[in-house]
Design a protein around this ligand. Structure first.
Ligand SMILES: Cc1cc2nc3c(=O)[nH]c(=O)nc-3n(C[C@H](O)[C@H](O)[C@H](O)COP(=O)(O)OP(=O)(O)OC[C@H]3O[C@@H](n4cnc5c(N)ncnc54)[C@H](O)[C@@H]3O)c2cc1C
Length: 398
């Protein structure tokens, strides 16, 4: 039976960045990454907005706030050094009505406390100078916001880890984990193996693996799909950077925004719709086993019963079922495109943690149980936070 000092489950950005950190920290240790798909970044890490967040959204004191600003700086430096496409074009959060000004001020306050560089509020004329097709009464400008090819970035992390000696066991999923006296016995789709220390970075399935070892028991993951539209390439010149609306800061989701990708395309999204399955990427796709498990869970029903959730769900469901409703949000930010210019693109799914009260948990949660560590709720900006977060995780099981 193969035996490892450190076993990482999940080849998303969290698992690949962690494997790299572990290999650099424990030279000569036997380390493996187990990934159920045939390649890394197959799920959330390769299906996101690709925005390197600046760090103004995160409430000071949270883990997200702790890692976002450093994560932004390090990710951009890393990508430059490794020739991973990254575009430091900046982010503009546009207020369209006076009522949104207070939130802009709050984001400015958060950003300053979190250490976001060169953050400032600009007026309508400055918005036009920065983004001629956007309009609003004021905006928060974060020049350190960038765009990255997230799958390319995760592949670079995995290559680094491989070079440092990490074994990637792709196409091998974990079925069951049992604790033995000095190690864990892991049953996979290909056989059995042993690990002295185990890191669970399984994204949408992290709660189920954690529960097998008695960790994360108060929580369950509820999948929220984020859908994107791509604009016709002829209209890609409409924007120069990333343009967001002012978010409702009571929720962990940021709302539909415009992103100029590193490949010169423009994508708009994502919304946040309850998905009927943890990998139900299509609008009408249903995974019956996931739905059955969800509906037998009291935390799910408590979440549905919450007034905040019902309002959020209503608005987002409309934008999922109707292109017109989706584009109404998009057109309120940027002018110059028509419905016919937009085509639906691949969606991504957020692994949103829900607690015993049915509340959507709004920070990264990491739980340690004996010699295992469980990353629950690696929500946005998990891509941005990845490098400092990985260093933090790598030190937790010493
Ligand atoms: C729509 C959307 C937009 C986003 N936009 C941004 C953004 O612009 N900027 C940003 O910073 N963040 C963003 N995020 C968040 C970011 O994408 C996530 O925080 C990050 O990708 C989480 O990575 P992960 O490695 O934890 O999970 P994943 O990428 O899901 O990786 C987990 C891996 O574990 C594997 N796995 C699962 N179960 C098993 C098993 N039993 N055995 C073996 N392997 C298993 C899966 O196949 C998967 O590859 C966005 C997320 C979404 C959904």
């Amino acid at each position: 039976m193969d035996s490892y000092d450190y076993l990482v489950i999940g080849g998303g950005v969290t698992g690949c960045a962690l494997a790299r950190s572990l290999a650099l920290k424990h030279r000569g240790a036997k380390i493996a990454v187990l990934e159920k798909e045939g390649k890394v970044a197959f799920h959330t890490s390769g299906r996101n907005s690709g925005v390197v967040h600046a760090g103004y959204n995160q409430k000071p004191g949270t883990l997200k706030a702790k890692f976002c600003v450093e994560g932004n700086r390090r990710l951009v430096e890393y990508c430059r050094a490794k020739s991973v496409p990254v575009d430091e074009s900046g982010i503009l959060i546009v207020a369209r009505a006076q009522a949104e000004r207070a939130t802009l001020e709050e984001l400015l306050r958060r950003g300053k406390e979190n250490g976001v560089p060169n953050l400032r509020i600009v007026d309508g004329a400055e918005i036009k100078r920065l983004e001629p097709n956007a309009s609003g009464i004021a905006a928060l400008h974060a020049p350190s916001g960038s765009a990255v090819d997230s799958a390319f970035y995760v592949e670079a992390l995995a290559d680094d880890a491989r070079t440092a000696g990490v074994e990637f066991r792709l196409g091998e999923g974990v079925k069951r984990i049992d604790e033995r006296s000095e190690s864990y016995e892991v049953r996979t789709t290909d056989g059995r193996l042993r690990a002295k220390k185990l890191f669970n970075c399984a994204g949408l399935y992290a709660d189920r693996l954690a529960h097998q070892l008695g960790a994360g028991l108060p929580y369950t993951i509820v999948p929220f799909r984020g859908e994107f539209y791509y604009i016709d390439e002829a209209k890609a010149g409409l924007i120069r950077s990333m343009i967001y609306s002012v978010p409702d800061i009571r929720y962990p989701f940021l709302g539909v925004h415009w992103t100029r990708t590193v490949h010169g395309k423009v994508k708009v999204g994502p919304n946040a719709v309850l998905a009927f399955g943890r990998e139900a990427y299509g609008t009408y796709q249903v995974q019956p086993i996931d739905v059955a498990r969800m509906t037998l869970d009291s935390r799910f029903w408590k979440m549905l019963a919450g007034a905040d959730f019902r309002r959020l769900a209503g608005e987002n469901l409309k934008s999922s079922l109707s292109k017109t409703a989706f584009l109404k949000q998009a057109f309120s930010l940027v002018h110059g495109a028509e419905a016919k210019d937009f085509k639906k693109g691949p969606s991504g799914i957020r692994a949103q943690l829900v607690d015993t009260e049915g509340k959507l948990v709004d920070d990264i949660v990491v739980e340690k149980k004996d010699n295992s560590l469980h990353v629950l709720n690696a929500i946005s900006p998990g891509l941005t936070c990845s490098l400092p977060f990985a260093d933090h995780l790598a030190g937790q099981l010493d």
